[in-house]
Design a protein around this ligand. Sequence first.
Ligand SMILES: *[C@@H]1O[C@H](CO)[C@@H](O)[C@H](O)[C@H]1NC(C)=O
Ligand SMILES: *[C@@H]1O[C@H](CO)[C@@H](O)[C@H](O)[C@H]1NC(C)=O
Ligand SMILES: *[C@@H]1O[C@H](CO)[C@@H](O)[C@H](O)[C@H]1NC(C)=O
Ligand SMILES: *[C@@H]1O[C@H](CO)[C@@H](O)[C@H](O)[C@H]1NC(C)=O
Ligand SMILES: *[C@@H]1O[C@H](CO)[C@@H](O)[C@H](O)[C@H]1NC(C)=O
Length: 639
Amino acid sequence: MKHIRILTGLVSASAVLSIAHAHTPRDDLDNNVPSPPKAEAISLVRVPLPPVAPSDEKGSCSLDVNPRGTGCVAKHNNLHSGHFLPDNQHFVAIANFTGAPAAPDPASIYQGQHVLVFKADDSTFANGDNWKCITCGLPAENSKGRTLFVDYPQAFQDGKRLFVGDNIIECEEDLVSEACTPKNTYMRPIRWNTSVDGKGPGGAMRELRLHPDNVHLGWSAFTMANGEFGQFSYYGRLAWNPDPVEGEPLVPRYDVEKVYRLFSADPYQNERVIVHPDDPTQLLIQSEVPTVGELRGFGGTGKEVTYVGAAVESSNIDVFATDLTTGVTRRLTSHPEYCDPVDISPNDEWHVVMDTRGTDRQMFLSGLRGIPPLTDIITSSVTSATRNNGQRRFFQPWIIDKHGDRGTYFGQQVNAQGDGVPGGGDFNDPVWNGRADPRWSWDGTKIVYTQIMPYAPACGDPNPLPCYPSTEDGGRIERIIIAHLTGREPLPTYQVEEAADEVPWGELYVPGETQPQRMSPPPGQYVLQGKHSGYAHVTLGGEGDKINFVEVIYYSFSDDGENVLKGTESVTVESPELTLSHVDWYSNLTQTGPWNGTKLTSADGFQLRIDVMVNLFDANGTMTTTVDGKEYYQPANGQ
Ligand SMILES: *[C@@H]1O[C@H](CO)[C@@H](O)[C@H](O)[C@H]1NC(C)=O
Ligand SMILES: *[C@@H]1O[C@H](CO)[C@@H](O)[C@H](O)[C@H]1NC(C)=O
Ligand SMILES: *[C@@H]1O[C@H](CO)[C@@H](O)[C@H](O)[C@H]1NC(C)=O
Ligand SMILES: *[C@@H]1O[C@H](CO)[C@@H](O)[C@H](O)[C@H]1NC(C)=O
Ligand SMILES: *[C@@H]1O[C@H](CO)[C@@H](O)[C@H](O)[C@H]1NC(C)=O
């Protein structure tokens, strides 16, 4: 285990031990990892939602439709649930109101995208609704400089503030009290200073997540370098600036200070595949370094940051958690299917994920376990883009204990209740798919999540998946479910320690600096040694430092002494446009052992064109993965 040396100074000795265990495919046999938990009791409840308006026409949301005059939503209104409030009795969500009458009708304020607080039980607010719109009717002078970008609703622990998109909402009173009204509620923009002179609107932040210490935040930002599309993630500190003197908008705002990029230019600390530091003819796979792609959030106690990371096993996209201080990294999921939304429980003991596991969507690519992530040097954007069919996601919510997938344990599906008939509308109807982010209550006894049905062209002719009619009230195609983990005791309320500003394994961000580059090994011929036996011959082709061809020939390659891999795989990738990729892929792999199977492309190979912003499958040829005799096929074109 030569590469542990590379991590010296970055991780503690105990971390090195747990890293060593992570290499064995049979963690369940390891004394340090407990046996998987037994399935637990889960009770599911639909949350009543604002009534559906008959149309988008002004005034269609009449008092007949909503007698309380508190607004209506469309069947499809971009509904998203988010955090619970600290009382665990409410949660925050986003919905797009429609059909409101014209001003000065008091109901005119229920129009457009807004932030709502819902009751998490069957009680109501004083007016009889089980929800309250926090931003409807907000005076313009209370929301100067706010952006219209509103997603991932999150809650501060003071019960008075919310975090949505790149805005912070603050009420002078408890959000859920009758005393909190639009008059004493404010919406403040967040600004990330990215210019040398401090001028301008600041950097475009996406996927913002509040740290549980309520002082720090994390986010991602796209990069474009060398004609390639990429992104880095960042971590910083919120600083209230009531009277800014530079930068837009010049309004009371939150500035982000002490920004760290969750990446360092040293490939030994950040890259999955590197050239061996002692032997330039060899490659090394670093299974345990932080490889922060898109940021997902933070652990319950705030020690870790979560993110979608570089594959550890070929074509298998997972979520990871890295300790902000030590850099110690754990893989939260390892099932071959695709995962991206994740929320770690407040005590760090569990995570809930949205995952395509169980749908077999990705198995044709990723079903064969333990293949080194070499083609992934160039295929990761393609292999993650195949997870969706346009707007249709194949996500379902799963809970997994902190030790992760192991042996035959792949977590417990949260919504495994109902007859599972497509279009039947039960909790486990596969046509209803999960949205980001599922969230734990702060006492760990509940999870709230949102689902949506596919709509054309992700269903309906020519797509072979029919568009099923909604079975929900008003024909809505979105719903919010609360899962009660009825066997769990509520966790005590606890104070999250304020996290450090510094991220020792990242680097301080300096406004105006040029973006660093992610580094893959340069073109050339390499050997990858099996950790147990055998080797692979690897050819990386391309121009300059840019790799566009990977060929791997496995010679009885084995990392664990149990699974032995033989055969070849080669891939060429072209990017005719920034977000569009075309791959030409040949696989002929055979593995023996507990993870036995094959990965085979048709004689003329498998060609796939996919735009990572659209995610429509368009292929020629076939790629088929067979695991223990079970065959997995690619989706049909357009699906
Ligand atoms: C909200 O719905 C209206 C139609 O009523 C639509 O024009 C608008 O784009 C939607 N906004 C968002 C953010 O979804
Ligand atoms: C932005 O950063 C520049 C360069 O460090 C600095 O001069 C400027 O004062 C900063 N402005 C703000 C508003 O943080
Ligand atoms: C796959 O490789 C095996 C072993 O080299 C070979 O016998 C077989 O013909 C190959 N199959 C294809 C489809 O190329
Ligand atoms: C193939 O894998 C399955 C599942 O791990 C195992 O039960 C079976 O014994 C394996 N077959 C061989 C020939 O190794
Ligand atoms: C599939 O083949 C057709 C006909 O040669 C070609 O036009 C198309 O671009 C190919 N698609 C891909 C994804 O390579």
